[in-house]
Design a binder for this molecule. Structure first.
Ligand SMILES: [Zn+2]
Length: 298
């Protein structure tokens, strides 16, 4: 209860759990401006765990130490005794619960490890992105670059590094079942733009993800009902590319900046590739602002 009173646990696929919090009307995690409500609970956030026998691969640890502890308790209830954490990227809403797994291996790519190490003191004191502080912040214990293949139980799991949304994304690819755990590389309704200067790289790396030909895409920010019933289709990757291209179009046509988000993604809403969620209008407004600044139109 308390901080995890709205935590919902789904099982979208056999042996794959989703821990979902947020998108609860009127609920706030804490008073005042804070990164948990603004970037995570307000939009809805899922983190995941893959279970094979007594082992769990925990893909992100959610927004607080209480969330991390609840995830661990749920998995222990399933008989899990060995935990390995993988970070999807360094942003705070993905790494905040790892103190519950402080005795475990934490895998990340080298960029994620560097981003976290560089900001560790400020994140632990609450001065980096403001409150709440994450203390202790658990840094990766095992680092890779590019790609890391592992056998987890009897299934192949591939960690793939990409530059989408942040320059340090790690997605999890379950090739036999064609399931992609996508972190923040796609979102429903639209990607959260932090690094617009890398748009062209984002498009290229989204192409790499599309080329995997996933059947199911489960990202960290999306609609709970869709994630609970197995995830999104591969078309969400294309929708993300279309939206990034629209933003890039502001370079030569900045007058389009006031176009409502619902118009921009209208086709993807009609086909059900995306599901409208009103708080993304504010994310879109911020995305447009950051894009216009990049192109010198602000
Ligand atoms: Zn996030």
């Amino acid at each position: 209860m308390g901080k995890t009173q709205h935590l919902r646990i789904f099982q979208p696929h056999p042996g794959l759990y989703a821990y979902y919090d947020g998108r609860v009307p009127g609920y706030r995690f804490m008073e005042g401006d804070n990164w948990v409500d603004d970037g995570a609970i307000g939009l809805g956030i899922a983190t995941y765990a893959l279970v094979a026998g007594q082992a769990a691969l925990v893909y992100d640890t959610s927004v607080s130490s209480e969330h991390g502890a609840a995830i661990r308790a749920h998995l222990e209830g399933q008989g899990v005794t060995e935990f390995t954490v993988v970070y999807s990227h360094w942003h705070l809403d993905h790494v905040a619960g790892t103190s519950a797994f402080a005795d475990c291996d934490v895998i990340a790519n080298a960029r994620t490890a560097a981003h976290l190490a560089e900001r560790c003191d400020a994140i632990e004191s609450g001065s980096y992105a403001g409150l709440p502080e994450i203390k202790p912040l658990i840094l990766p214990t095992r680092v890779f670059s590019g790609q890391l293949e592992m056998l987890f139980g009897d299934q192949k799991v591939t960690l793939i590094e990409a530059n989408i949304h942040s320059d340090d994304a790690t997605v999890l690819w379950l090739s036999e079942r064609r399931i992609l755990l996508a972190g923040d590389t796609v979102e429903d309704c639209v990607t959260y733009v932090d690094e617009p200067a890398d748009f062209a790289v984002h498009l290229r790396d989204l192409e790499r993800l599309a080329a995997l030909e996933p059947l199911f895409v489960l990202q960290d920010h999306g609609a709970p009902d869709i994630l609970a019933r197995g995830g999104y289709g591969p078309e969400i990757i294309r929708a993300t590319q279309r939206y990034i291209r629209w933003l890039m179009g502001l370079e030569t046509a900045p007058e389009k900046c006031a176009t409502p988000l619902q118009d921009i993604i209208a086709d993807d809403l009609t086909t059900g590739t995306l599901e409208w969620y009103a708080p993304y209008a504010a994310i879109h407004a911020q995305n447009v602002q950051r894009t216009l600044e990049l192109y010198g139109h602000d």
